[in-house]
Design a protein around this ligand. Structure first.
Ligand code: HEM
Length: 400
């Protein structure tokens, strides 16, 4: 039966059981309730869309807005940021979004981010130099510090300021961050730091992407200081965990698919293909940002009322058997493309080229330097991020 309300035995998106194995739950939702009405943990009603065709169409549907002013739903709409930091791409619709995206996009082309390649390679090598004694946790020893270093490189943060930057971001990323006074202080300090950073770069331009965004001009238009601060926050929050988790998910996929790992090592398979299939099979970003219906509309034949909140499950769309044959199988040779791991349409991930490059460098270096690399506890099940949004192993212990 297909309906709009999950039946009692149909897991909602927010069952904790779904975190251990989200894909079995999504499969049931796609089948029984592809546009389901449910309630978020903070009590707000939300529609959850799980089929590929519906998710893809919804991502380009102009009747759905990212601007929370269009919302009638109660509850929180994500991390509680001060309004000034909310004014970023993922809260905007055209024409505001178009203007901002046009100004920042040149800094994130494959060519622009390619300039960071030598620095990322060097950071990776330095981190791997510390892999000693035959065992390590890939998340804490490689994926997380590399992702932070890359964001710092993007923003051109000096070496001596990186420790403070890390402390603030760690505080803000912790699950209890929303209410705690320490996180309010961290937010305040980070905000002040970014204002100073941007002012400093105006006076002394660097060779970083932030400087490129500060100096970007189009038709006499340029980014204002509040826009640059909000954007820097977005880069941090959109890029950091996702990038770390993509490295983790890629290494995990390789260490559990030995044939693929052998092909990669032998040079028969390019690492880009591996990363792309990981983005489909186990993408770090399980949900797109929430949308709100601007007007009464239909998704997958289900009526949505103006102002209601909608979440699209990218993870579910990427395992939809209507789009991908044997979707649960990790298969680098699959002919079908078109995964939605980086989104689709005008909000398509700005950092996708950067995230891919970083993951490719880290993965190749790791598997080449440690030819006998394997999981430390192959029989144990993994603990995953405690989040309905992010997907990545909390720890990834390996031995060699
Ligand atoms: C947007 C995923 C890395 C910056 C998005 C969206 C997804 C996504 C799914 C679209 C959201 C939506 O339509 O609601 C990912 C994943 C990453 C990653 C899985 C890593 C594996 C990065 C990095 C950066 C970044 C490294 C920058 C340093 C952005 C920005 C947007 C975005 C600025 C908003 C674009 C817009 O609204 O026009 N990302 N992202 N992302 N991402 Fe990423």
């Amino acid at each position: 039966m297909t309906g709009t309300d999950p039946t009692p035995d149909t897991p909602t998106l927010f069952d904790r059981a779904l975190l251990a194995d989200p894909h079995a739950g999504y499969a049931r939702l796609r089948e029984a309730c592809p546009v389901a009405r449910t309630t978020t943990p903070d009590g707000a009603p939300v529609w959850v869309v799980t089929r590929y065709e519906d998710v893809r169409a919804a991502l380009t549907d102009r009747r759905l807005s990212l601007n929370k002013q269009t919302s009638t739903s109660t509850g929180k709409h994500g991390a509680s940021m001060p309004p000034s930091l909310d004014a970023h791409l993922l809260n905007m619709d055209p024409p505001d979004h178009t203007r901002l995206r046009r100004l920042v996009a040149p800094a994130f082309t494959a060519r622009s981010v390619g300039r960071l390649r030598p620095a990322i390679q060097q950071r990776t090598d330095e981190l791997l130099d510390r892999f000693q004694d035959g065992s390590a946790d890939v998340m804490t020893a490689l994926a997380t510090p590399l992702a932070l270093a890359v964001i710092c490189d993007v923003l051109g943060i000096a070496e001596e300021d990186r420790r403070d930057f890390r402390t603030w971001t760690d505080t803000l990323r912790s699950p209890a961050a929303d209410a705690a006074p320490t996180s309010r202080r961290a937010l305040h300090d980070l905000h002040g730091f970014l204002v100073e950073l941007i002012a400093g770069k105006r006076d002394h331009p660097g060779d970083d992407l932030l400087t490129q965004m500060i100096t970007a001009r189009e038709d006499g238009d340029q980014l204002s200081e509040p826009e640059l601060v909000a954007l820097s926050f977005l880069l941090l929050f959109a890029g950091y965990d996702n990038s770390a988790n993509l490295v983790g998910n890629t290494v995990l996929a390789l260490l559990t698919h030995h044939e693929t790992l052998r092909s990669l090592r032998s040079g028969a398979l390019g690492v880009g293909r591996v990363v792309d299939e990981v983005m489909r099979w186990n993408s770090p970003s399980m949900l797109a940002s929430r949308r709100f219906a601007r007007e009464d509309t239909h998704i997958g034949g289900v009526r949505i009322t103006a102002g209601e909140r909608i979440w699209m499950s990218l993870a579910s769309a990427n395992r939809d058997p209507q789009q991908f044959s044997n979707p649960d199988q990790f298969d680098v040779d699959r002919p079908e493309g078109g995964h939605l791991g980086f989104g689709h349409g005008i909000h398509y991930c700005l950092g996708s080229a950067l995230a891919r490059m970083e993951t490719e460098i880290a993965t190749e270096a790791l598997v080449r330097r440690f030819p006998s690399l394997r999981l430390a506890h192959p029989e144990e099940t993994f603990e995953w991020c405690d989040s309905f949004q992010n997907r990545g192993p909390l720890k990834l212990p390996v031995i060699w």
